[in-house]
Write a protein of this length. Structure first.
Lengths: 248, 267, 272
């Protein structure tokens, strides 16, 4: 049974825009799945519906046996702690230092008073430092997040997601705000981190090359609908072209 | 050379020029009428005296330097009232801003209007009115003055903070929500760091304003130098009044200077 | 973890201990300051908690409901007109005076930097440093009771309030455009009108409206010290302990201020 099973997921925004139309996706443990699609194809919405940052209108999201769509707020929060999310715009807390940003990944399991006074447990601080080392950001840990370059910020974002010790990584276009060389470094890091921690990853990209080079499986999304779902090794050029053609 | 085709003022159509001057003329006439009705008729021109008498009265206000030391304690009191009033206002503004921020208010149909209503009341009522209210309730002294300033300043602090919260970029908020943190944490880590510089800047700004406000609260029993001022005015000791005015102005200027430096250091 | 990271960890912990100690000291200093303030100000701290009861009782029994019939009298209505008139005249004349003053008070375009700039700045600072109500009292002493003193007080307050804001706008302009006009050999006045004014006009209009709104709030209370307007009736009713009618006047004041703020908000957004 897959770790994550999304069945019939749909979302129509109040503006009338139908972002997702009955999408099915399954992710196995230790798999990297790339969601490939142009802007507006629904990739971001799909990822955000999985942890319900956006509320889906229909369908189910079953993560490790539990249907996320049916959980109440407290249970949803508990579920989110196991899902690490990495964002296209990095979404760091600008005024806080790199170390504090990484530590904020553990907020889901931090006692309130510790969080308020930023008195994180020593064990958490140690783990955060180790993660900083892993993503290669140790030299910057005291800097404020808004003083970093794009690539550095995304590394912090990755460390923050890993701080949660997640059971799945949801990654929303991690390199779209970075230039290609830095982007590839970030993708290398993501791939190695995911494999090392044996954590499945769902990555959305709009670049075919990235999809090909870094995933085990590619899912194609167009106008909110899944148009193919194949193993990367055996995906056909034709399927990939369909993403970029309006008429096919 | 042939005659140019343009006639009249090439910059503007005559119609527009005429309209502009007509509006200015009408406005001026209205203002003059207003002036006549409101001021000229209501003023007791005879009692006022000649220009020389007016000048002489003005000169009466030249400060009496020997009086300065007596103003120190009341001025200090005024400063303390301003400090504590602002501190209270800053503390109270946090829950009010929470209610009045459309994106985080808990019950949009109830708490949002409540928050905004409190803000409007606070900003529309003069501090003297609040001071009168609190003096009636708790008696004379600096305490009602502090309370009056606090209630008067809450509105501005809460309004600007609520606006900052509403304008906070959603990205970091989303990121903290995605970690499964409690709403309190989402607020503390996602919203507060973004809002903090604006909050502090406005608090310092309010402190400056409150020093001026505090200096008149004593007129109605709210502590500070206002009482002394009312007293010397009543006794026609205008030179002492001048001293007090100089004292207040100095304190305000010093306050602004210091607060500018602090603001530049923090932000 | 590697030794470098271990070092950083130790460093972080010791820094944090230091920072925590400073925070503790600051908290302590704050508490000491609080206790000292309570002593200097002679605040009856033990009564603070008990006062919410009498406060609520006072509001509900003595102040509510406000006597609105009192407010409907012609003399009150005339006073409202007087209040509005004072605020309009005061801010208008004040703005006319302060516009050139703001020009002088802007470092980048002030015509005589070492004379007019400090002079203008000092005038604005003094006008702003003294609270409007205090100006009103001073002017009543010189000019007698009535709206003249009130209007002059609002004029002065305008010079202080708007002066600073207007000058700030001037200091933020693009000097290149000003230099372009200067280069034509125009005198300073024309340089101001053609180089400076067009750049700041938009924000200046906003400030003018904002200023009127601010002055209007003050104008409602000036009568308290005899400078014209509604404040007179507030004082009068309070002095004879007629709290309900006083509350009526206060209600009118609040309503008027809300109205003025709505108008000014609307105008500022309509124009830009």
């Amino acid at each position: 049974m897959a770790l994550l099973e999304v069945v019939g997921l749909s979302k129509t925004y109040p503006t009338g825009e139908a972002a997702l139309k009955s999408v099915d996706i399954a992710v196995d443990a230790e798999e990297i799945v790339a969601i490939l699609g142009l802007s507006g194809s629904g990739k971001s919405t799909l990822l955000r519906c999985i942890n319900r940052l956006v509320e889906p209108d229909g369908g189910s999201v079953v993560f490790d046996g539990t249907d996320i769509t049916k959980l109440d707020k407290p249970a949803l929060r508990k579920a989110r702690r196991h899902m690490g999310m990495i964002f296209q715009e990095f979404n760091l807390i600008d005024r806080l230092t790199v170390l504090e940003n990484v530590l904020s990944g553990a907020l889901g399991v931090t006692r309130t008073w510790r969080g308020v006074f930023r008195a994180f447990k020593n064990a958490d601080i140690q783990r955060a430092l180790e993660l900083c080392e892993r993503v290669g950001i140790t030299d910057q840990i005291r800097k404020r997040a808004d003083q970093l370059s794009g690539g550095q910020r995304q590394r912090v974002g990755i460390a923050r997601a890993l701080m949660q010790q997640p059971r799945i990584l949801l990654v929303d276009e991690p390199t779209s705000s970075l230039d290609p060389k830095i982007g590839r470094e970030v993708m290398d890091l993501l791939q190695s981190v995911a494999k090392e921690a044996k954590v499945p990853m769902l990555v959305s990209v709009h670049d075919v090359i990235l999809a090909r080079n870094y995933s085990d499986r590619i899912v194609g999304l167009q106008n909110g609908m899944k148009i193919f779902d194949e193993r990367t090794a055996s995906v056909e050029a034709e399927s990939l072209d369909r993403i970029y053609n309006i008429a096919s | 050379m042939s005659t140019p085709a343009i006639v009249g003022n090439p910059l503007r159509e005559p119609r527009i020029i005429f309209r502009r001057y007509a509006i200015i003329a009408i406005a001026a006439a209205l203002v003059l009428a207003l002036g006549k009705y409101t001021i000229v008729e209501e003023t007791d021109w005879e009692r006022m005296g000649s220009a020389a008498e007016i000048a002489s009265t003005t000169l009466d206000f030249l400060p009496d330097l020997a009086f300065f030391p007596e103003t120190f304690l009341p001025l200090l009191e005024t400063l303390l009232i301003a400090l504590w009033g602002t501190t209270l206002a800053v503390i109270m503004a946090i829950p009010v801003a929470y209610l009045a921020a459309r994106n985080i208010t808990p019950h949009p149909w109830i708490t949002y209007p409540l928050g905004r209503g409190l803000i409007v009341l606070s900003r529309s009522t003069h501090e003297i009115i609040f001071a009168l209210l609190f003096v009636s309730a708790v008696g004379l002294g600096p305490l009602p003055g502090i309370m009056a300033l606090a209630v008067r300043s809450v509105g501005f602090m809460a309004k600007t903070t609520a606006e900052a919260i509403e304008n906070a970029s959603p990205g970091p908020i989303e990121a903290i929500r995605a970690t499964g943190a409690w709403p309190v944490m989402v607020f503390l880590y996602g919203v507060v760091p973004q809002v903090f510089p604006i909050f502090v800047g406005n608090a310092i700004f309010q402190l400056d304003i409150n020093i001026r406000r505090a200096s008149i609260l004593g007129l109605v029993g709210g502590g500070g130098i206002g009482y002394m001022f009312a007293e010397v005015m009543q006794n026609l000791r205008y030179d002492r009044a001048g001293t007090i005015v100089v004292g207040i102005t100095t304190m305000v200027i010093l306050g602004e200077f210091i607060s500018n430096r602090i603001r530049n250091r923090i932000i | 973890m590697r030794s470098q990271t271990a070092e950083i960890y130790e460093g972080y912990l010791s820094n944090r201990r230091g920072a925590q100690m400073w925070k503790f000291v600051a908290l302590l200093a704050f508490l000491v300051f609080a206790v000292w303030s309570i002593d200097v100000l002679k605040i009856p701290i033990e009564r603070v908690l008990g006062m919410f009861g009498p406060l609520w009782r006072m509001v509900s029994e003595r102040l509510m409901p406000p006597d609105l019939a009192y407010v409907a009298q012609p003399k009150i209505l005339r006073s409202i007109v007087e209040t509005i008139g004072m605020s309009v005249l005061g801010s208008l004349v004040g703005i006319l005076i302060v516009m050139p003053l703001a020009w002088f008070a802007a470092w980048n375009v002030s015509p005589a930097r070492f004379i007019l700039y400090p002079l203008a700045r000092i005038i604005i600072v003094i006008a702003r440093g003294v609270p409007t109500l205090m100006w009103a009292m001073l002017l009543v002493a010189i000019f007698g009771f009535g709206p003249l003193a009130g209007t002059l007080a609002l004029m002065t307050a305008t010079i202080g309030f708007a002066g600073k804001l207007l000058a700030e706008q001037v200091e933020a302009i693009d000097m290149n455009r000003v230099d372009a006009i200067r280069a034509t050999g125009a005198n300073e006045v024309l340089v101001f009108f053609y180089g400076v004014l067009p750049q700041v006009w938009a924000s200046w209009v906003g400030i003018i409206i904002y200023n009127w709104d601010a002055q209007f709030r003050g104008s409602t209370i000036l009568g308290f010290v005899g400078a014209g307007g509604l404040g007179l009736y507030l004082r009068e009713q309070l002095s004879v302990l007629e709290y309900h009618t006083a509350m009526g006047v206060i209600t009118v004041v609040i309503v008027l201020v809300i109205l003025s703020e709505t108008i000014s908000h609307y105008l500022r957004h309509r124009l830009y």
